[in-house]
Design a protein around this ligand. Structure first.
Ligand SMILES: [Zn+2]
Ligand SMILES: [Zn+2]
Length: 429
C-alpha cells in the first residue's frame, strides 16, 4: 500500500496554501514576459528522444545519466523533457512560426524531468519558467532578455539578493583556438584532473571549467580565459551587451568561468547567482547554432530558464509575504430542506455573476456551518430558515464589522447583494 500513498522519489505536491503563491509568482513572470512582447507556448511533456540527443548533446551529464527515457508501446524511444528549450525550438519550426516574421518571442512554465541521484535530495521533477527569442542577432536582444530576468527578480522583491554574472563564449571560429589553448593547459595537469574531466579533455575541454571538484576548480581558475580569444565580431558583440546593461543601470560581473559546454551555444552566457542564498536562480544565453542543429535554417536565438523551485525557496527564506485573500465572499448557512435548496440556488446565481460564494455540503448544523464560514474567511454571511423563506428577506452580516442589513432573497437578490457589499469592486469580469 505504501507505494500508492507515497509520491515517487524526487517529486512533490504543491498543495493549497502553497499553490496560490506559485500562481502569484508565475503570474508576475508571465506578466513581465508579456510586457516584453513574449507569448506563452505549451509543448508536450515528452518528445522523441532524438530531439534531446541533438539539443542537449550526448556528451553532457544530462544525457549520459539523467534522462527519463523509455520505449513506448509502439517501440518508439520517448524522453520526458529534461529542459524547455529543445521543445520550444521544435514547436517553433514545426508550426512554421518564422513565416510570421522575426523576432519570435516565447515563454513557458513547465515541469522538467531529470533522474537525479536520490541521496542528494534533488528533485526529479523540476519546475521552470523560461523564455526563448528567435531571429534577433543584435546585442540589444541579449540586453533585453537579461533585463527581463532582472525585472522579474525586482518585482519579486529579490533585487538585492540576486546578482548578474555574464561572459562571452565566442563563436565556433574563435572557440576553436580557445579549445586548443585549454587542451594544452589541462594536458599539463592531466594527472590532477578528476576522472570525468580526463574524459572531457579530448571531447570538450571547456566543460572542465564547469567541474564541481575542488581540484579541477582550482586548475580552472588559472586556465586561459575565453575572453582573450574572442574574434573581433564576438568581442564587439560582448562590449555592446555590457555597455547596454550599463546604460540601463544593471550591475554585472564578468565571470570567465561561466561557460556552456555545447557547441551550439554562442557569445553571451549569463547566470543569476545569489550570494545570499548560495544557489543560482537561473541562467541562459545565446544559442545561435541550435535551430540549425534541430533541422531549421541558421537562426540566431537566445533565452533563459529560471528554476522555479529555487525561486520559491528563496522567497521563503527571504520571508516574502504573500497577500492572502479570502476565496469566499458570501457564505449562506441554512436550516431545513427548503432553506438548503434556496441557499444552493442563490449560491449558483452568485457564481454565474462571478461572486465567490458557498453553502453547506456536509449536512452540518447551523453552529458548525458558521464555524466553517469563519474558517474560510467569508466576508459576508446569510442564515436562511423557514422565516426567511416565507418573508423573502434575510439578514446579511458583514463578518468584519458585525453590521447587519435586511436584504431581499427574491428575484432582486443579486442586485441587492451587489449594492450592499463590496463584491462589485472585486468582480473580475
Ligand atoms: Zn567569434
Ligand atoms: Zn573535474
Amino acid at each position: 500500500m505504501e507505494l500508492i500513498t507515497k509520491a515517487p522519489k524526487g517529486t512533490r505536491d504543491i498543495i493549497p496554501g502553497e499553490s496560490e503563491k506559485w500562481t502569484m509568482v508565475e503570474n508576475v513572470m508571465a506578466n513581465e514576459a508579456e510586457l516584453n512582447g513574449f507569448s506563452e507556448i505549451r509543448t508536450p511533456v515528452f518528445e522523441h528522444t532524438e530531439l534531446f540527443l541533438r539539443s542537449v548533446g550526448d556528451t553532457t551529464d544530462v544525457v549520459e545519466k539523467q534522462m527519463y527515457t523509455f520505449e513506448d508501446k509502439g517501440g518508439r524511444s520517448i524522453t520526458l523533457r529534461p529542459e524547455g528549450t529543445a521543445g520550444a525550438v521544435r514547436a517553433m519550426l514545426e508550426n512554421g512560426m518564422p513565416n510570421n516574421g522575426y523576432p519570435i518571442k516565447l515563454y513557458y512554465k513547465t515541469s522538467c524531468y531529470r533522474y537525479e541521484k536520490p541521496q542528494a535530495g534533488r528533485l526529479r521533477e523540476l519546475h521552470q519558467f523560461g523564455v526563448e527569442m528567435f531571429g534577433a542577432a543584435e546585442p540589444v536582444a541579449d540586453a533585453q532578455v537579461i533585463m527581463l530576468g532582472m525585472s522579474i527578480f525586482e518585482r519579486l522583491g529579490l533585487k538585492d539578493d540576486v546578482q548578474l554574472a555574464i561572459n562571452s563564449i565566442g563563436c565556433p571560429t574563435c572557440r576553436a583556438e580557445y579549445h586548443k589553448a585549454l587542451k594544452t593547459y589541462f594536458t599539463e595537469h592531466k594527472e590532477e584532473l578528476c576522472e570525468t574531466c580526463n574524459s572531457r579533455l579530448e571531447r570538450n575541454p571547456m566543460r572542465i571549467l564547469d567541474c564541481k571538484s575542488p581540484i579541477c576548480g582550482a586548475l580552472a581558475k588559472n586556465a586561459p580565459k575565453i575572453t582573450e580569444y574572442l574574434c573581433d565580431d564576438c568581442a564587439a558583440h560582448f562590449e555592446k551587451v555590457k555597455s547596454l546593461l550599463t546604460e540601463v543601470g544593471i550591475e554585472f560581473t564578468v565571470d570567465p568561468g561561466l561557460v556552456r559546454g555545447l557547441d551550439y551555444y554562442t557569445r553571451t552566457v549569463f547566470e543569476f547567482p545569489s550570494s545570499r542564498f548560495g544557489y543560482a536562480l537561473g541562467g541562459g544565453g545565446r544559442y545561435d547554432g541550435l535551430v540549425e542543429e534541430i533541422g531549421g535554417k541558421p537562426t540566431p536565438a537566445l533565452g533563459f530558464g529560471l528554476g522555479f523551485d529555487h525561486i520559491m525557496l528563496a522567497l521563503k527564506e527571504a520571508g516574502t509575504e504573500f497577500p492572502t485573500e479570502s476565496k469566499c465572499d458570501l457564505y449562506i448557512a441554512s436550516m431545513g430542506e427548503a432553506a438548503q435548496l434556496k441557499a444552493f440556488k442563490l449560491v449558483g446565481e452568485l457564481h454565474r455573476s462571478g461572486v465567490a460564494a458557498d453553502c453547506d455540503l456536509c449536512g452540518r448544523g447551523l453552529k458548525a456551518q458558521m464555524k466553517y464560514a469563519d474558517k474560510v474567511g467569508a466576508r459576508y454571511t446569510i442564515v436562511l430558515g423557514d422565516n426567511e423563506i416565507e418573508s423573502g428577506k434575510a439578514e446579511l452580516k458583514n463578518m468584519k464589522t458585525g453590521e447587519k442589513k435586511k436584504i431581499s432573497i427574491g428575484e432582486d437578490f443579486l442586485d441587492a447583494y451587489l449594492t450592499e457589499t463590496t463584491a462589485q469592486d472585486d468582480l473580475a469580469f
